[in-house]
Design a protein around this ligand. Structure first.
Ligand code: CDP
Length: 259
């Protein structure tokens, strides 16, 4: 059930027991569930439920570049298309891609490109299609996280994964992983992404009010959350291969039984 009716926000973003409106502690992530290999038509795919966000990512490539004039003779290109379904938010979203979708597509591409070995794929493209079916705050972070997973599922060589989360300030308190209402009614919002092969920040946006000391505290706060998200990504990928291994062993056993 939506918490916000139009632009009416609650007076406080905390309950009487000190927890956030959805029952979380300050440093607690929303529940996260990830799956890979769920779009049969794509070369690789992933699905992410993160709180009320529901997001698919599908990857194609390396493949021929269309339109041709975009292709580069010395390296491959990465194209990311972030789209939010018309029914994904409380107010009907206009179906045509807007400026926000173009901005988030660019952000996700910037986070992912350093992970790839594009110089090994001249004249080709990798395309990542992200479809947000339900949006409730932090979809750029969730999209970056699920896009990396889909690329890994496609078997695209990568230096590492990238993980992303937003930290911020609501009613003057520092919190991890802002929900939609916290994003809108809060004081500050700081989406962060980290590429694990060099542990460098590949996304840092900022919206709101904070000083430099607070910024450093926010970065510390994000670290544990990012590690937790990375672990879920790794476990999701591992569980796919464990399942494949089990199926192969079962098939082998069945064949032996037939002999
Ligand atoms: O999703 P993210 O936090 O990365 O981006 P945002 O532009 O800060 O949007 C915050 C939230 O506002 C989204 O997650 C949606 O829940 C909501 N939103 C909306 O209700 N209608 C839109 N047209 C765009 C976003």
């Amino acid at each position: 059930m939506p918490l916000i009716i139009k632009d009416e926000y609650p007076e406080t973003l905390f309950r009487e027991d000190g927890k956030r409106l959805d029952g979380r502690d300050l440093n607690e992530l929303r529940p996260i569930k990830m799956e890979v290999g769920i779009v049969p038509n794509a070369d690789g795919s992933a699905y992410l439920e993160w709180g009320n966000n529901k997001i698919y990512a599908a990857v194609y490539g390396p493949r021929e570049v269309h339109p041709h004039h975009l292709s580069k003779p010395d390296k491959g290109i990465l194209r990311v298309f972030y789209r939010m379904a018309t029914f994904s938010v409380f107010d009907r979203k206009r179906p045509a891609p807007g400026r926000r979708e173009k901005e988030i597509s660019m952000i996700v591409a910037d986070c992912i490109e350093p992970l790839l070995f594009l110089e090994l794929y001249p004249g080709t493209s990798f395309e990542v299609f992200i479809e947000v079916m339900d949006a409730d705050g932090g979809t750029r972070c969730a999209s970056t996280t699920v896009a990396a997973l889909a690329l890994a599922d496609a078997g695209v060589p990568m230096k590492s994964l990238v993980s992303s989360v937003a930290v911020g300030k609501i009613d003057g308190k520092k919190v991890v992983d802002l929900s939609g209402i916290e994003d809108k009614a809060g004081d500050a919002d700081l989406p962060i992404a980290i590429t694990w092969y060099n542990e460098e920040i590949s996304l840092l946006q900022f919206d709101g009010d904070m000083n430099l000391d607070e910024m450093n505290e926010f970065l510390d706060l994000a670290k544990d959350a990012l590690k937790e998200i990375h672990q879920i990504q790794l476990n999701t990928l591992k569980s796919k291969y464990i399942k494949l291994q089990e199926e192969t062993l079962k098939q082998k056993d069945n064949k032996k039984g037939e002999k």
